[in-house]
Design a protein around this ligand. Structure first.
Ligand code: FES
Length: 96
């Protein structure tokens, strides 16, 4: 039996953002993680927004959300390490 949470996660991973090109938010997130940094990049790599353009706002939102998650995750990892450790946690800032 698949849990409801897992089903929601699977559903969310396959949400179509661009119907004209059949592009999901997961594909956009993957493209952003591989270096796409603007809607122009996404259009060039995936074709998002290249036809009717109705998906541009949502695609931009997925782009921003993915970038925001990427900037928060290192700190979340430090917080998780701190909660597991009884001693001090050393944090070395990394260049962006
Ligand atoms: S829905 Fe993306 S270009 Fe039409």
């Amino acid at each position: 039996m698949v849990s409801i949470r897992l089903e929601i996660r699977i559903w969310m991973r396959s949400m179509y953002v661009c119907l004209c090109k059949g592009i999901t938010d997961g594909q956009i997130r993957e493209a952003v993680q591989q270096g796409c940094d603007s809607l122009r990049d996404l259009r060039r790599e995936l074709g998002v927004g290249g036809q009717c353009g109705k998906c541009a706002r949502d695609a931009r939102e997925v782009l921003r959300d993915t970038r925001a998650q990427a900037s928060v995750q290192p700190y979340a990892a430090v917080a998780a390490a701190a909660s597991r450790s009884s001693g001090p946690v050393l944090f070395t800032p990394q260049p962006a």
